[in-house]
Design a protein around this ligand. Structure first.
Ligand code: SF4
Length: 123
């Protein structure tokens, strides 16, 4: 059995607690240093299946601005964030758009929609 300890900083709030996790054969068996339950959940996910929200901009046609801010509807697997960003660079939305509109459904088959994060009126 392989045992190891990993230290990470919780990113769920500005306190940034330093969390130490004990792993056995890659499985988290204990977590300490977190000041609330969110820290334990974060550490367990980060060490087994890390995920991140994706925020960026895509081009938009006939909008009042040339770029539209977008956000993933929920967190995506961290190892796919670069692929997702690359795919979104090829996307062009079309104005008008309302905040929350789906700009790309089911991005890369990951089951996560990409949503407009603001309204964008037509020129
Ligand atoms: S463990 Fe809780 S209190 Fe500490 S940084 Fe994470 S969310 Fe904030």
């Amino acid at each position: 059995m392989k045992s190891e300890k990993r230290t990470l900083h919780c990113i769920c709030c500005p306190l940034g607690c330093e969390i130490t996790a004990s792993l056995e054969d890659g499985q988290v068996v204990a977590v300490c240093g977190n000041s609330c339950p969110r820290g334990e959940k974060y550490a367990r996910e980060e060490l087994t299946a890390p995920q991140r929200m994706l925020t960026m901009t895509v081009r938009i046609l006939q909008g009042k601005l040339p770029l539209l801010p977008v956000v993933s509807a929920r967190a995506l697997p961290k190892e796919r964030i670069s692929d997702c960003a690359r795919a979104l660079r090829r996307i062009t939305a079309k104005a008008p758009v309302r905040a929350g509109d789906v700009i790309v459904p089911d991005l890369l088959g990951l089951g996560v929609d990409i949503l407009a994060s603001r309204d964008m009126d037509h020129i």
